[in-house]
Ligand binder design. Structure first.
Ligand code: ZN
Length: 159
């Protein structure tokens, strides 16, 4: 199966498509897709003549505020403790409470237990995207609805 590139709809209902052939980017109004609740496949025609398809998704799903203790592990930094501050389908915000601080583009494994009725254990590989003192913003490296952790997060985020 070929991996589809994901493109996200921003809060202004615009999305940026990058042609995989010539790398030219094009930002388009996609407000006709603004109410989608799952990814849709969209065909794009680039000025260079190349046609490609991407999965278009709304980024602004639900971001749930949390206060969940957990740990992180990384080859470079070793282990440390953290508190998950919010969770979305695409990533996490957390505070490092002990251990070394990561840098942008560090890859970590983050593990914690949800406060749902099953006390679901979550283990996700993330890449650090924002660092502000001890507060870290990180994106999941993969989002796959067949993975246990992603399914549990999906249920957890249901309003
Ligand atoms: Zn192109």
């Amino acid at each position: 199966m070929t991996t589809q590139r994901k493109v996200f709809i921003n809060t202004e209902n615009m999305a940026t498509f990058v042609c995989p052939e010539c790398m030219k980017s094009k930002t388009t109004n996609v407000s006709k897709y603004k109410n989608i609740d799952r990814a849709v496949r969209v065909k794009c025609n680039c000025d260079c003549g190349h046609t490609y398809s991407v999965m278009l998704e709304r980024r602004k799903y639900y971001r749930k505020e949390t206060n969940l203790p957990g740990v992180y592990k990384s080859k470079r930094l070793g282990r440390g403790k953290l508190v998950i501050r919010d969770i979305s389908r695409f990533g996490l915000k957390f505070d490092i409470t002990s251990g070394r601080y990561p840098m942008i583009e560090d890859v970590l494994v983050v593990e914690f237990t949800l406060d749902d009725s099953h006390k679901s254990f979550i283990s996700k590989e993330v890449v650090v995207k924002k660092v502000y003192e001890s507060t870290i913003g990180a994106e999941f490296i993969t989002v796959d609805s067949s993975s246990d952790s992603d399914r549990r997060i999906g249920f957890y985020l249901m309003p």
